[in-house]
Ligand binder design. Structure first.
Ligand code: ADP
Ligand code: GLC
Length: 486
């Protein structure tokens, strides 16, 4: 029997855990890189060398011959160098080091040159492959930031022998971010005049260039991060203007549910926790709840359920459903509530006010905090994700492993990873509601609290969730099958 094919995979991602992270893309890029490397593939992860990255921690060293390289994005000369480091588990990670673009206050900005930063990153990563004499069989792009790679491979790089057999995959993690910039910046793409007709004419005529759209048009295959979201984005309700282009590629569009990196998210080994538990040691989970409540200055009554939220605070996540539901429920039933996140001011203000109104029962931490995120997963009884849309969502899958019952809306990856609990049969892993409105969320929360008050049902629900397995082995195998089909 011949050994399994060893794929050279160039994985392009604008954030990679544990180096840089604002959300789930980082977790996925890091974990997929790790899983492919562990399976023996020649995966090389490319990511911007943000100034916030701890270069010593990932053993990043300058790659000889890849220092002070030049490229131009429109009129702007860019000088970059390449550093090679390692992800946990040993997968090589290449940092595109360019302080002029990546030494900024945050990973993403609203600066006028935001598109330039990621066009430069994408081109620099492809140039680095050429400079290393490395021929990737797959260039795997993620989200708008790297979505121009397929177009570049078909135009400016079409004569590059190393890419002669390269195939491209675009993974859409979130269609809400498309990388739109003005058509007056078309020079920044560096296309020859004869290639300009490849740009999507209706957008161009309307004065826009849409990065994600060009990934959808030119990648050999497209996937998103759950089967349900793959169907949803072909509709006007969820496609955010890209549904026509997606429908035109429906033969090449699929959904692969993300996995969980159980070396990072598992209550049996979680390094952020002072004590560990599994489905047979749930008394430890109860102790952690007591510790967290005390630490955060909340009423430490073990009998009162604790609900948690860890999230970017964006419209996607459905916080406005909580505006009326939470004060009503907090005012009428025993419940403590811990929230971690930051983002749009109206949501931050809502949680600040809620914590002020219920000082002993609601705690809000505005910001980003890995340790508190793990504590909230471990110590809470419920985890709330009433998303308006959710391509996959990771926290509900983390919650299941930590015995924390997810309360989710039936959309995208939430629909694919959480089954509504049926007390009659004892099957199901969470509380799932359908409609995006306040009564539906209130119904879901009340249902969860009613079940919590019935220990036999609750224990079953918790055990069902803890028995789920969303490991990356399955998801990585699906990606490999997709690469092989290209
Ligand atoms: P999204 O990618 O849309 O933000 P996901 O559920 O896929 O949603 O992933 C979010 C990831 O980011 C999870 O690992 C979650 O724990 C983490 N996260 C989000 N906000 C924070 C925060 N404020 N502090 C720490 N981790 C956070
Ligand atoms: C996105 C989505 C989230 C998904 C993550 C990783 O940011 O909002 O649902 O889990 O990417 O794929």
């Amino acid at each position: 029997m011949s050994p399994p094919a060893r794929h050279p995979v160039c994985l392009l991602a604008s954030e990679v855990a544990p180096l840089s992270k604002t959300g789930g893309l980082a977790d996925v890029a890091g974990a997929l890189g790790k899983a492919l490397h562990a399976a023996g593939h020649d995966v090389r992860v490319f990511t911007p060398g943000y100034s916030s990255i701890d270069r010593d921690a990932c053993k990043a060293r300058p790659v000889p011959g890849l220092q002070q390289l030049h490229l131009e994005v429109g009129p702007q000369p860019i000088v970059f160098s390449v550093l090679r480091g390692e992800l946990p588990g040993g997968a090589p990670v290449y940092l595109i080091d360019c302080p002029a673009l990546f030494a900024r206050a945050a990973l993403y900005t609203n600066d006028a040159d935001e598109h330039v930063r990621f066009i430069a990153f994408t081109r620099a990563a492809l140039l680095a492959c050429v400079a290393m004499g490395w021929a990737p069989r797959i260039v795997h792009c993620n989200d708008w930031h790297t979505a121009f790679a397929p177009l570049f491979l078909r135009t400016t790089l079409r004569d590059e022998a190393l890419f002669a057999t390269t195939r491209t995959l675009l993974t859409i993690h979130n269609i809400g971010y498309q990388g739109i910039f003005g058509a007056d910046r078309v020079r920044d793409l560096g296309l020859a005049a004869s290639d300009l007709p490849r740009l999507y004419a209706p957008d161009f005529a309307a004065g826009r260039i849409n990065a994600l759209r060009h990934g959808i048009l030119y990648a050999d295959a497209i996937n998103t991060v759950s089967p349900t979201y793959a169907r949803e984005i072909c509709t006007a309700e969820y496609g955010m203007g890209l549904e026509d282009s997606l429908r035109a590629r429906s033969q090449d569009l699929s959904g692969i549910l993300n996995g969980v990196d159980y070396e990072v998210w598992d209550p049996r080994i979680d390094p952020y926790l002072p004590a560990h538990f599994d489905a047979q040691r749930l008394e430890v989970k109860a102790q952690l709840k007591g510790l967290l409540l005390t630490r955060l200055g909340l009423e430490a009554d073990a009998a009162v359920p604790l609900a948690g939220v860890v999230s970017r605070m964006a419209a996607q996540k459905g916080f406005e459903l909580m505006y009326q539901a939470l004060p009503r429920i907090l005012g009428s039933r025993p419940l403590n509530f811990v929230v971690l996140g930051s983002g749009e001011p109206q949501y931050e203000e809502f949680f600040t006010a809620l914590a002020r109104d219920f000082p002993r029962r609601v705690y809000f931490r505005r910001g980003y905090d890995d340790e508190l995120a793990h504590w909230i997963e471990a110590a809470s009884d419920l985890f709330l994700m009433p998303s308006r849309y959710e391509p996959c969502g990771l926290n509900q899958m983390y919650s299941l492993r930590y015995g924390t019952v997810p309360v989710v809306r039936r959309t995208g990856g939430l629909a694919d990873s959480v089954q509504h609990f049926d007390p009659g049969t004892g099957s199901g892993t969470g509380i799932v509601f359908n409609d995006f409105d306040t009564p539906a969320l209130e119904w879901a929360l009340n249902t969860a609290l009613d079940l919590y008050a019935q220990p036999q049902h609750w224990a079953r629900l918790v055990q069902n969730g803890m028995a789920c397995d969303f490991s990356w082995r399955r998801a990585a195998a699906e990606y490999l099958r997709l690469y092989e089909r290209l």
